[in-house]
Design a protein around this ligand. Structure first.
Ligand code: KE4
Length: 430
């Protein structure tokens, strides 16, 4: 595979940009190769500067539920740009998207738009602190909620991949209020609550983790978490930046049948443009300025272009709930093909999937916690990644991430992936 132009661009990028990338996980650092510079995305494919075409399972890390540059989102953006890009003033579309989100996700009585998942989660924590008057919060080891200081304590995603789950630059003061529990372990939560009675403002969780690789919380764990937060008057925050509108029309909370107090969103709600959001119970959200004292702001929050793209995406989701059946069929087909390969190769790797997000862990035991996820052989994952790339399949360049299928992934794409998976697993194991 010719990577001449990408290699040269990467050398130049390293001169001007830390690590040559604008987000660490893109650097291919943990898979031992150099990143490809992409020029175009269309449907299920991406094309790099050297003309190589790949079946894309990153989908910009989750936003592209409908594949790259779907015509209906492209049209919405082009129509919007005729009227300008941003006014710094309220627009009708912001009211419409807020209403639509609350229709699709019943726990959302009010919602505030922001510009990234990180802004959404940090604002949700601040709001929970303002609402309860308490300062501490519980997160789970291996979950990633963006890069606000107090989240970068044993975080997942790129922080875990690069071996910096607790980042330098995060002060002791900031870290002091972050309490760490074990995913899927309710006793670890009870212990922290006992030790910090009436001091905990919130519990934040990825109800289906994507940032330690895909690990689904158990129904009983989520149910007990809801019960404990009710008893202790702790704000339960579902971080659905990745799962929102991905795993179901109403997100992970629809699958669990559990209503959190606050939910954070990102990725899909921006239709490929920078958007995040946080919302939930009216009595909590009315704490947010200017209706309440908890300050939160953003120059480009709710800007017309991003709202046009996001509203087009969410409107399609509202009017075409059948896409989740289609995504499930495609994802199950791929899962079954890969598991058939495991049988042929007498390998018992762990393939975790919820809807159209999945992770292949290179460990031969069930992965249902952070402790089992990190048993995965990341060196073998790196070899697998590069073999799949040679065969035209573009996976996450990191073990502790999710792969995403879009409505545009064809049977031909999936068959090509199953074949490449067999050949790659054969090659790296022998
Ligand atoms: P952003 O600030 O990157 O928009 O969102 C942060 C975030 C919050 N919560 C969850 C559950 C998330 O998955 C994310 C971001 N996800 C990563 C992928 N694992 C973004 C990719 C990257 O960091 O470049």
């Amino acid at each position: 595979m010719n990577t001449f132009k990408s290699d040269n661009l990467f050398k130049e990028a390293l001169r001007y940009i830390p690590g040559g990338v604008n987000s660490p996980v893109r650097a291919f650092k943990s898979v031992g190769s150099s990143p490809l510079f992409i020029t175009k995305g269309i449907g299920s494919k991406i094309i790099d500067v050297d003309g190589n075409e790949f079946v894309d399972y990153i989908g910009s890390w989750g936003p592209h539920l409908f594949g790259h540059n779907p015509p209906f989102i492209k049209k919405a953006i082009l129509d919007a740009i005729e009227n300008g890009t941003s006014f710094g003033a309220p627009t009708e579309l912001e009211v419409k998207i807020a209403k639509l989100i609350s229709e699709l996700v019943p726990s959302i009585e009010m919602v505030r738009m922001v510009n990234s998942g990180t802004e959404a989660t940090m604002s949700a924590i601040r709001t929970a602190r303002g609402y309860t008057g308490r300062e501490k919060f519980i997160k789970f080891e291996g979950c990633y909620h963006g890069h606000a200081d107090y989240f970068l304590i044993k975080a997942g995603s790129g922080a875990l991949t690069l071996g910096i789950p607790t980042s330098p630059g995060v002060t002791k003061g900031n870290a002091a209020d972050t309490l760490l529990a074990d995913y899927n372990n309710i006793d670890s939560v009870k212990k922290l609550i006992k030790q910090n009675k009436n001091e905990i403002a919130a519990v934040i969780i990825e109800p289906i983790a994507g940032n330690m690789g895909v690990v689904r919380a158990s129904d009983i764990f989520i149910k007990e978490l809801r019960q404990i937060c009710d008893q202790e008057k702790i704000v339960l925050i579902f971080d659905e930046v990745m799962t929102g509108f991905r795993v179901a029309q109403g997100g992970a909370q629809e699958l669990f049948g559990i209503k959190p107090d606050l939910t954070t969103f990102g990725k899909i709600i921006g239709g490929g443009l920078p958007v995040g959001a946080f919302g939930g119970k009216k009595e909590i959200m009315e704490m947010v300025a200017p209706s309440g004292p908890v300050y939160q702001a953003g120059t480009l929050s709710g800007n017309p272009l991003a709202m046009a793209a996001g509203y087009a995406a969410l409107s399609y989701i509202k009017n075409h709930s059948e896409i989740y059946t289609i995504l499930e069929e495609k994802s199950a087909y791929l899962e079954n093909g890969i598991k058939d390969n495991f049988k042929l190769l007498m390998k018992n790797y762990s393939l975790n999937r919820v809807g159209s997000m999945s992770t292949l862990f290179f460990v031969e035991e069930e992965v249902n916690s952070f402790k089992t996820a990190i048993k995965s052989d990341t060196v073998l994952y790196g070899k697998y990644f590069n073999e799949m790339l040679k065969r035209g399949i573009y996976l996450a360049p990191a073990q502790f991430e999710a792969a995403f299928i879009s409505t545009e992934h064809s049977k031909e794409d999936l068959d090509k992936t199953i074949k490449a998976n067999f050949e790659s697993l054969s090659f790296i194991n022998y």
